[in-house]
Ligand binder design. Structure first.
Ligand SMILES: CC(C)(COP(=O)(O)OP(=O)(O)OC[C@H]1O[C@@H](n2cnc3c(N)ncnc32)[C@H](O)[C@@H]1OP(=O)(O)O)[C@@H](O)C(=O)NCCC(=O)NCCS
Length: 162
């Protein structure tokens, strides 16, 4: 299976349609939201501070993520970072290495958009064992608490870019 991470705006109309059918397991929705919300935040009020990327596997979209920079950067992130949001692999394709493929491709994809960034950051619910494992195995470092909501303890993870 050949994979590549591509900007949302480069998808064909057919690929955009396929992407809009991406689904995670219902119990995963609190961690990433659904694809409808992710695409809404990208498309309803377009901003240079938010970019969407799809992972294509043999040209079919199987995963999606958002990257943010000012003015969309969250308050807990460093001003020189881009932040990762809404990472989601279609539930029919989870556990096949596609999340890992997204993270491997991310530094180059992010630097193509924002060459000046020094790091990538994200916040992840500490109860999200799969995502924590994914990020830590990919070299991301736990930088402490991002913020505390009433229901979740969010860790702040960072990946320095060389
Ligand atoms: C988290 C998610 C993106 C991982 O994607 P994936 O394609 O299923 O993961 P991969 O197959 O690439 O696995 C990569 C690594 O994740 C970790 N991992 C995967 N499944 C795991 C599990 N059930 N338990 C613990 N770690 C797991 C492992 O470290 C694995 O590496 P390894 O195979 O070398 O051991 C995917 O499960 C998903 O979309 N979850 C719902 C949304 C979500 O939680 N997003 C993150 C928001 S912060």
């Amino acid at each position: 299976m050949e994979t590549r991470l591509v900007p949302y705006e480069t998808l064909t109309a057919a690929q955009q349609q396929q992407l809009s059918a991406l689904e995670v397991h219902p119990e995963q929705l609190p961690w990433c939201g659904d694809i409808y919300c992710a695409l809404n935040s990208l498309l309803v009020n377009p901003s240079p501070g938010i970019k969407g990327f799809a992972l294509l596997a043999d040209e079919i979209p199987v995963a999606f993520l958002l990257l943010k920079r000012p003015p969309c950067l969250p308050h807990w992130a460093d001003e020189h970072s881009a932040t990762l949001h809404a990472l989601q692999v279609d539930h029919r394709h989870q556990g096949l290495g596609l999340g890992k493929a997204c993270l491997q491709a991310l530094p180059i994809a992010a630097r193509l958009v924002w060459p000046q960034i020094k790091a990538l950051e994200l916040s992840v619910d500490s109860a999200n064992v799969t995502a924590m494992g994914l990020y830590l195995h990919a070299g991301w470092v736990d930088r402490g608490e991002a913020y505390k909501s009433t229901t979740a303890y969010e860790r702040r993870l960072a990946l320095a870019l060389g």
